[in-house]
Each structure stands twice: as structure tokens, then as C-alpha cells.
Design a protein around this ligand. Structure first.
Ligand code: SAM
Length: 253
């Protein structure tokens, strides 16, 4: 039996370490998101959509904080969705949909979410698509629901400092790889492709993400996102959290 089948949590944990090597404050942004969910939800069972959720880390953190939450993970990566399905089991619904296609909403089991949460994902979509997607996300929220997007959002007014922060982060990341504390991006995917169960999923994935890349990387500053959220019709929009060159923006329906 493969490591995956005997214990999907091993893959989940190694994904988290691999991502945390890029974002040492990854858990802080998730905690900020869940604080906002706690502050805006009507009760102990919020309905949460983990958008481009990958292995479902945000879903797992949501369920740890709100054990009665109703969670949906949406993604299109067969490898990451397989890990999400195995580690979340019947605690969440896993939906296969492409956010580049406006039809993604039709694949949801329900709408009227209390919160739509996403991290480190939308920078792979083109600007026009992100702006339109913000309007679509607003539509799947209940009135008073929130959307939070945490991603790379460097400040335009801090070009030198941003470069230094990124250099510093890169050096720390390399040290983690060298010590074996985390697996580098390409190595992580090579390991997944070599796993007995995940190998076939990795072949499918290669058709969706050729060359192991999601597409272009477009990382405008937080204020671009705040403006786009306002234009998309959110009644309030602003920065919820900031850490180095990353930030989380929030919109209130
Ligand atoms: C770096 S991962 C982050 C996953 C998760 N949010 C986390 O923080 O661990 C980016 C995710 O975005 C997903 N993604 C990228 N483009 C997408 C699209 N067009 N439709 C659905 N998911 C997409 C990828 O499949 C991947 O799971």
C-alpha cells in the first residue's frame, strides 16, 4: 500500500511544509481569515467555500476552528484534489472546476456561502478574469458574507524593500531545502508522480498544467484588488492582513 493510501495526512503535511517554505507566515493569514469568519458568521456552522483550495488546508483549518462548518473545496488539480478528498473524507465536498471558466458556479452544490476564502492561487489568472471573478464570487455569498483573498501583493511604493524581503525569503527557503525541513516545489511534484496512487492523477495534471506551471504570475498590489472588489459590487473592501510582500484583502457583500 502506498504512503498515500495508508496515510493521506503525510501528503497533506508535506504540502503544508512545502508551501510554508514560500510563506513562513502562511498560518497567520489563515488565522486572520478565520477571525473574520468568526466575526461575520451568524452561528457555529458557517458555510465556507475554499476556492482553489488545493489539498484543502484552509478547509482543515476551518473545521478545526468550527467543527460544525459546512465546507466545499473547489480546485482543478487532480493530485491535490485527491489528497483533499482523502484527508477531508465526508467532512467536505470536493468540486472539480476551472475558475478561468465562468461556468464554475454551476458546479457548486449550493450558494449563499458565509465566506469564500482563497490563498496563493488567483495570481495565476489574468487581470480581466480576476476582476470578473470577483463579481461572480460576490454572487455566491449571502448578503453580509465575506470574501478573503490572501496572495502575493507587493507594495508599489516599496520596490527596494520588497526586493530585499524576497531575497531574504529566498535565502531562508534554500536553507530549509538544504536541511531537509521542506521539499522544493519541483521535487514535491516528482515525489507525487512517483507515488503508487497519485501517479495516474499526476498524468492527468500534466494535461491541465503543462510544464508543472499554472500559467502567468500576475501580482498587483493590494490596492488593485481593493478597487476591483469595490467595482465588483462589494459594499466594503480593504486590507485585512499584511505580512512582508503578501497581503489578504477582504470584501463584504
Ligand atoms: C499554490 S496552490 C494553493 C492551494 C491552497 N489554497 C493552499 O493555500 O494550500 C494554488 C492552487 O490554485 C489552483 N488553481 C490555479 N488555477 C486554477 C483555476 N483556473 N481553477 C481552479 N483552481 C486553480 C491550483 O490547482 C492549486 O491548487
Amino acid at each position: 500500500m502506498s504512503a498515500y493510501l495508508s496515510n493521506p495526512h503525510i501528503w497533506q503535511e508535506s504540502w503544508d511544509r512545502q508551501q510554508s517554505a514560500f510563506m513562513p507566515d502562511r498560518e497567520e493569514r489563515f488565522a486572520a481569515m478565520l477571525e473574520a469568519v468568526a466575526a461575520t458568521s451568524d452561528g457555529p456552522a458557517p458555510r465556507v467555500l475554499d476556492l482553489a483550495g488545493g489539498t484543502g488546508t484552509i478547509s482543515l483549518r476551518t473545521l478545526a476552528r468550527f467543527p460544525r462548518a459546512r465546507v466545499t473545496v473547489l480546485d482543478q488539480d487532480p493530485v491535490l484534489m485527491a489528497i483533499a478528498a482523502a484527508s477531508l473524507r465526508d467532512r467536505a465536498e470536493v468540486v472539480d472546476a476551472d475558475l478561468g471558466d465562468p461556468g464554475w458556479r454551476a458546479k457548486l452544490p449550493e450558494e449563499g456561502f458565509d465566506a469564500v476564502l482563497t490563498a496563493t492561487a488567483l495570481h495565476w489568472l489574468p487581470a480581466e478574469r480576476v476582476a470578473t471573478l470577483y463579481g461572480e464570487i460576490r454572487e455566491v455569498l449571502r448578503p453580509g458574507g465575506i470574501f478573503v483573498n490572501a496572495d502575493h501583493m507587493p507594495e508599489e511604493s516599496l520596490p527596494t524593500l520588497s526586493e530585499r524581503l524576497l531575497d531574504h525569503q529566498r535565502a531562508q527557503r534554500e536553507a530549509r531545502y538544504a536541511s531537509g525541513a521542506a521539499t522544493a516545489w519541483d521535487d514535491w511534484w516528482d515525489r507525487a508522480a512517483a507515488d503508487e496512487f497519485l501517479a495516474s492523477k499526476a498524468v492527468e495534471r500534466g494535461r491541465i498544467y503543462p510544464r508543472n506551471r499554472h500559467g502567468q504570475e500576475w501580482t498587483p498590489p493590494a490596492l488593485w484588488h481593493v478597487d476591483a472588489l469595490r467595482v465588483a459590487g462589494f459594499s466594503e473592501a480593504g486590507v485585512l492582513w499584511r505580512g512582508g510582500t503578501d497581503a489578504a484583502v477582504i470584501g463584504l457583500r
